[in-house]
Design a protein around this ligand. Sequence first.
Ligand code: IPD
Ligand code: CA
Length: 268
Amino acid sequence: MTIESTLSELAIDIAREAGELARRRRDEGVRIAATKSGLADIVTEADREVEALIRARVDAERPGDGFLGEESGAGESTTGVTWVVDPIDGTVNYAYGIPAYAVSIGVVQGTPDPREWTALAGVVHNPATGELFHAARGAGAFLGERPIAVNAAPDASGALIATGFGYDPEKRTRQLAVLGKMMPIARDIRRMGAASLDLTAVAAGRVDAYYESGLWPWDQAAGALIVEEAGGIVGALDGERASRDLLIAAAPGFWPAFTQALADALAS
Ligand code: IPD
Ligand code: CA
């Protein structure tokens, strides 16, 4: 077994257990524990509890691996491998009972920065629907047992485009203006509320492309590998790698037209 598939199997197992806890806490009723950077940026007690569960299992089963989580911060790696974790991506959906949230677990080699890491394994699990997307580097992307693939280029009637908004009100105004400029090439727009699920939607051909500015490493680590293993491209403009500035995900056949439209929208 390769290191990638060993890590992927462990990540799947941990994501299932974490998802079960998240779903149970959701059924019991969610309490918002704190507001972070802005009114929309909330954390529930379940976010913290689910991250603690994931961290404890990683520490027990892979001592020496690093950890970078949304709620509990960073832990150094002595193995070169780091677990990049969003315990509940789509926290606002979770708090409102919208069944579009996910446990996102990426395992990366090297500095835990999307511009530098090599992703080894990724799991995105939505416990509300039971769907579990996973990929190990070089071994393809799957929804459960089924291999998945990105769409070919959309036809002239337009692309189904997913995006998201950060929590900073000023940035949101700008993001809405950019989105307005993307409408001419769009069949329609989706704002699903969880970056990891937007990425897996590209991977499974449920949308044609996704872009967002302001993503954290844990929003993208798992989902970006799943897109790439499903035959898609993840990056930014001008051949740059995805980062907090910008992440774009699309099929190779749609990449040139989509990135050109986005570059124009961002420049105007
Ligand atoms: C957020 C979601 C949302 C995206 C934001 C993220 P959170 O993560 O993924 O879709 O637009 O940029 O911060 O706060 O729900 O874990
Ligand atoms: Ca998140």
